[in-house]
Design a protein around this ligand. Structure first.
Ligand code: SF4
Length: 306
């Protein structure tokens, strides 16, 4: 049995910062401390904070006036920010700077009256946030190629696109290519919106797919980037699973497999991968572990004032 650990996986700089913001705020202010939406899309991370008294809310109405709230890494629409100010909440914004970049592009497009096609998963927190920065009359959401048929935009108007940061690079390019057929002068964002972390993790899974006959992704079911990793493995012909914790993984699935690739989404703590490896080693103590260096070690984002 050979176990290959993806060279790039786990916490990205945006997630690491958001988690550090909550840790520092907890240490400085204690509880009650509120977080708007899951700070990052990982069940273990959220449950750990809950066990230490952090309260997660989906509605600012659940936060008493004047209390302290942290906005998650996925970003918020401007209406939520206005509401927080109106309710005199003390807020800390842990939005990833790469999501804020997309917000700024959305504002720029709307200022120029560019019809804005937002590519991403309807209802995902990041999409909810970014949608709020696009003028309602200019906003169009496309989740897949089928949605393009439904777009009702005069091709004589300026049309641009932006994307969620955690999409599949390959699938998104197909959508963009199809959009270009419909809108030949389609305006791209100044810099691509799918972030470095998403791209690097998908590339690492493609590398695993060349070596492995099974891929296991550690990640929560509601984590966009983790699900895209599982799909990347499948798209490259390798049976791929996603698990929230090692407990969920049935060791019998390994029967008949000899080269197991393991990766994790951008919101997944390393200990979850280590627990999965330990579980596999409990059945295959002779399993050889292959690791390699991540190119991301030096990427860190500045924290907001806390
Ligand atoms: S996945 Fe990308 S956009 Fe999302 S928090 Fe991480 S670095 Fe930021």
């Amino acid at each position: 049995m050979e176990i290959y650990i993806a060279h790039t996986q786990g916490f990205c700089a945006g997630v690491a910062s958001a988690i550090e913001v909550v840790e520092k705020a907890l240490a400085k202010y204690g509880t009650p401390l509120y977080v708007y939406h899951d700070i990052v899309h990982n069940t273990s991370v959220v449950n750990d904070f809950k066990s230490r008294g952090v309260i997660f809310v989906e509605d600012l109405a659940d936060v008493p006036a004047g209390k302290r709230i942290i906005f998650s890494a996925h970003g918020i629409p401007p209406a939520v920010l206005s509401e927080a100010k109106k309710r005199n909440l003390q807020f800390i914004d842990a939005t990833c700077p790469l999501v804020t970049k997309v917000h700024d592009e959305a504002i720029h497009f709307s200022d120029k009256e560019i019809q804005t096609i937002l590519i991403g998963h309807k209802g995902h927190q990041e999409m909810v946030g970014t949608s709020g920065y696009v003028a309602p009359a200019l906003l169009h959401i496309v989740e897949d190629e089928d949605d393009i048929e439904e777009l009702d935009i005069d091709p004589a108007q300026s049309v641009g696109y932006l994307t969620q940061t955690t999409l599949s690079v390959t699938d998104t390019q197909k959508i963009i290519d199809k959009l270009k057929q419909k809108f030949p002068k389609l305006i791209a964002p100044p810099r691509k919106d799918i972030c470095y972390a998403t791209e690097n993790r998908q590339e690492a899974v493609r590398d695993l797919a060349k070596l492995c006959d099974m891929i296991i992704i550690c990640g929560s079911p509601h984590s966009s980037n983790s699900n895209r990793l599982r799909e990347t493995g499948e798209q490259h012909g390798v049976e791929s699973f996603i698990i929230d914790t090692a407990d969920e993984f049935e060791l019998s699935l390994l029967n008949g497999h000899k080269r197991i690739g393991i990766s994790s989404g951008a919101s997944v703590p390393r200990y979850l991968v280590d627990e999965l490896v330990a579980k596999i080693k409990s059945k295959y103590p002779e399993a050889k572990i292959h690791t390699s260096e991540s190119p991301e070690a030096n990427i860190v984002f500045r924290l907001p004032p806390i």
